[in-house]
Design a protein around this ligand. Structure first.
Ligand SMILES: Cc1cc2nc3c(=O)[nH]c(=O)nc-3n(C[C@H](O)[C@H](O)[C@H](O)COP(=O)(O)OP(=O)(O)OC[C@H]3O[C@@H](n4cnc5c(N)ncnc54)[C@H](O)[C@@H]3O)c2cc1C
Length: 403
């Protein structure tokens, strides 16, 4: 390939550049990114950066050695596909390619209303919000998901008066289900954070929130953490199949028009938060908005762009640090039959496992990192487990196998 364009300078974009070179791409390579900053890690933005423990999360990369042209602060605006290759139109002009990596990530969803609302996606967002987390400031966070919980943790630590408003009846209901999400609710009060569940927000106005029904919650700052949307706007009308994410096969190759083997583009891959990829393991498409995918999946995307056989079939994994706890999750519990508790969820360290028969579908651990590592291996290998042993926190997970 003579010329590969990578659109999006997050972790997935950087890893695509590194792995293209690592997999033998000798042609020209250009990374176009809307942000002015070179690629940086986002997980610390809601943790160490907000807490004031670090200010720079740039990922080490030697751009000269990678022989990669960097177009920072430039945005792709459209895509014209030709039978082979095409042109990315951008604020830096037309960028012809014969290989394209789409890694434009995701954009936070905002709420109606003309009041100021903070989202947390970029290092600039994080630095701006941090400057407002001063002792006594009334911070209202909409959404008790991963980001909401982490922002609440940092804001409470900085002496703010923090309220979290959640539409569902428990935190994290969408991510891990209401039953398990409910176990995290007491953590808020413990940290001095008021958690108000079952509350729907109508709009953000200067000075706070207006709730459905008209009541108000006053705030100095409103932070919205209600999820993200894959960043696909520049791909509208390109002919690529877009649903929730760029639709790809298990090798991250995008489809032109329809999801049929004959429609797959061998010269266009999508990876990271913007890609909805086929998982043979789960027999459905997955869109996993987590760091581990952005780190590891580009290796497969780069290999398949270069015509090598590669399929991504990892077990999804993520973590969150909230209220002084390390929460980790591996697998997918979407089709699980039941939940097995491993330790007391009102205690300090515990886990829950999702099982179907003797198959371990997923695990969530709270300050039990060893359980996570061992369970992740069992899930990946499909090793049958003994549910009674899984339920015993004194039995190492790796020994809780059948036979
Ligand atoms: C605050 C925060 C905390 C997180 N914490 C965790 C955590 O604890 N654990 C975990 O597993 N995951 C966490 N994540 C998720 C993880 O960081 C993401 O999954 C990961 O960053 C996705 O990487 P990406 O490269 O696909 O997308 P992104 O990091 O979003 O990068 C996409 C890049 O493309 C650029 N771009 C977009 N559109 C265009 C365009 N048209 N032209 C050019 N450039 C464009 C964007 O500006 C951006 O720089 C967190 C995310 C955030 C925001």
């Amino acid at each position: 390939m003579d010329k590969v364009i990578v659109v999006g300078g997050g972790l997935a974009g950087l890893r695509a550049v590194e792995t293209l070179r690592g997999n033998g791409h000798e042609g020209a390579l250009t990374l176009v990114s809307a942000e002015r900053h070179p690629p940086y890690d986002r997980p610390p933005l809601s943790k160490a950066v907000l807490a004031g423990e670090t200010d720079d999360t740039t990922v080490d990369a030697d751009w000269d050695e990678l022989r990669c042209e960097l177009l920072l602060g430039e945005r792709a605006t459209g895509l014209r596909l030709e039978p082979v290759g095409g042109v990315v139109t951008s604020t830096a002009g037309d960028l012809p390619f014969d290989g394209l990596v789409i890694a434009t990530g995701a954009t936070p969803i905002t709420l109606p209303g003309d009041g100021r609302q903070h989202v947390l996606r970029t290092i600039d967002d994080s630095r701006d919000l941090r400057s407002r987390l001063v002792p006594g400031a009334r911070i209202v966070i909409v959404g008790a998901g991963w980001i909401g919980a982490e922002v609440a943790t940092a804001a409470a630590k900085r002496g703010c008066s923090v309220t979290v408003v959640e539409a569902a009846d428990t935190p994290l209901a969408a991510a891990i289900g209401a039953e398990v999400g409910a176990y995290t609710a007491p953590w808020y009060a413990e940290a001095g954070v008021e958690l108000r569940t079952g509350v729907k927000v109508a709009e953000v106005r200067d000075g706070g929130l207006v709730l459905a029904g008209g009541a108000r919650i006053d705030a100095d700052e409103v932070v919205v953490g209600v999820g993200v949307r894959p960043e696909l706007s520049w791909l509208e009308g390109s002919g690529l199949l877009l649903e929730r994410g760029v639709v790809t096969d298990g090798s991250f190759r995008a489809y032109a028009g329809t999801e049929e083997p004959g429609s797959v583009r061998r010269d266009v891959v999508a990876v990271g938060d913007c890609a909805s990829w086929w998982s043979a393991r789960y027999g459905r498409r997955l869109l996993v908005e987590h760091w581990d995918v952005a780190l590891n999946a580009p290796e497969v995307a780069a290999a398949s762009l270069l015509g090598q056989d590669a399929v991504y079939d990892a077990v999804p994994y993520f973590w969150s640090e909230q209220f002084g706890r390390m929460v980790q999750y591996a697998g997918s519990h979407a089709a699980a039959e039941r939940i097995v508790h491993r330790g007391d969820p009102s205690g300090r360290k515990w886990a829950v496992a999702w099982l179907s028969g003797d198959r371990l579908d997923a695990i969530l651990t709270v300050d039990r990192p060893r359980d996570l590592v061992q369970a992740r291996r069992l899930i990946a290998a499909g090793t049958p487990v003994d549910p009674a042993a899984i339920a015993d926190p004194d039995v190492p997970v790796r020994q809780a196998v059948r036979g």
